[in-house]
Design a protein around this ligand. Structure first.
Ligand code: PLP
Length: 390
């Protein structure tokens, strides 16, 4: 039989069935596992025998979730964590030591920025921000102690892209561990490992669950690096709960159909906003007006579910717009069945200085939308009536 398509495997990869031959994967809500004898227990602990010991290390539900994400990303191995930030943190901390230096895209997630600027300096780990859309300038910032390149594409919330092929070549030239936060794209839209990334990191909380129910994260990548990461995580304890892994693994069965609809809705919403007189600048990777449209077409299969736009009336218009919405939710999450609208400057990115915000395109009138699975006519009707109030 020819290799099955990812959408089939995302449904059919499964844990070994129990004596009941259940159709859907059962929930293994157990912290530990037993052994029939002391010898097998010894061999499992030493790694000589394969087996499951303790749910901080692994669990059948977590293993199933990891196998599916590895398949979708084309990765050798992975580890699942309690949240996306636990995954981001582990993907850096497991490989860095005092004295090391990180090159990071200026447009990284808010909490990633806090780790780099507020937590790592106390541990002697320094960083330099580079411009995500100018990889030709990065050489100037490499130091003898630079160990890792940390990128996010598309970025949150400005939707700027990084050229993964150029970044991969750059990382290889300078022998850097290349670490990509692939949360916004999902492995269905983009697979960073194919461009030379060593690690691909996700918040499972977002599109992977897609239903606003759980927190979770995952790091996948090259087996030798993931071995090191597993050692770090086993002993520091950021493991994913089996219950969340069970939900996330089930959610992956519908990831493709959900993402197709999210992307189709987002594209329609972006096209509507672009034509609206109250909107100054609409950003969506698959709109020809996106400054990196050609790159988006090259490295992304679909445009994603996030649209960002700037209200011509600035911050006052943005606040009035949010207060006038009737269908869309005001919430900080993204990647939900329900359309969510956020004002980054006063919420997710309020802790940054104005200068830091402007450097990553977060203007006072910028609005971020995570386009849901409601009928697109209803989403657009809500936006239309709210835009009349600004
Ligand atoms: C949400 C998010 C995270 C963090 O994930 P949590 O599950 O909230 O911890 C990291 N990176 C990106 C791009 C995100 O959108």
């Amino acid at each position: 039989m020819s290799e099955q398509k990812p959408s089939t495997q995302a449904i059919r990869i499964q844990t070994e069935r129990t004596q009941y031959r259940e159709h859907s994967t059962p929930l293994f809500l157990t912290s530990s596992f037993t052994f029939p004898d002391a010898e097998l227990m010894r061999d499992t602990f030493s790694g000589e025998a394969e087996g499951i010991i303790y749910s901080r290390f692994n669990n059948p539900n977590t293993d199933e979730f990891i196998r599916k994400v590895c398949m979708l990303e084309g990765a050798e191995a992975g580890f699942a964590t309690a949240s996306g930030m636990a995954a981001v943190f582990a993907s850096m901390a497991a490989f860095l030591k005092s004295g090391d230096h990180v090159l990071a895209s200026r447009a990284v997630f808010g909490s990633t920025h806090q780790i780099l600027t507020q937590i790592f300096p106390a541990w002697g780990i320094s960083h330099t921000y580079v411009e995500p859309d100018q990889p030709d300038t990065w050489d100037d910032f490499v130091q003898p102690n630079t160990r890792m390149l940390v990128l996010e594409t598309p970025s949150n919330p400005g939707l700027s892209l990084v050229d993964l092929a150029k970044a991969g070549a750059f990382a290889q030239k300078h022998q850097l561990i290349f670490n990509v936060d692939n949360c916004f794209a999902t492995p269905l839209i983009q697979q960073p490992l194919r461009y030379g990334a060593h690690l691909s990191v996700h918040s499972g909380t977002k599109w992977m669950d897609g239903q606003g129910r759980v927190l979770g994260g995952i790091v996948v990548g090259d087996a030798d690096l993931i071995d090191k990461l597993i050692f770090f995580c086993r002993h520091t304890g950021p493991a994913m709960s089996p219950f969340h892994a069970w939900l996330l693994s089930k959610s992956l069965e519908t990831l493709e159909v959900r993402m197709e609809r999210h992307c189709a809705n987002a594209h329609r919403v972006a096209a509507f906003l672009e034509e609206h007189p109250a909107v100054r600048d609409t950003r969506y990777p698959f709109l020809p007006s996106h400054p990196q449209y050609d790159l988006a077409r090259r490295q992304m299969k679909m445009g994603g579910g996030i649209v960002a736009f700037e209200l011509a009336g600035g911050i006052q218009a943005a606040i009035r717009f949010l207060n006038s919405l009737r269908l869309c939710s005001l919430s900080s999450n993204l990647g939900d069945t329900r359309t969510i609208v956020t004002h980054p400057a006063t919420t997710t990115h309020a802790k940054l200085t104005e200068t830091e915000r402007l450097a990553v395109g977060i203007t006072p009138g910028l609005v971020r939308m995570s386009v849901g699975l409601e009928a697109v006519e209803d989403i657009i009707a809500d936006l239309d009536q709210a835009l009349q109030q600004v």
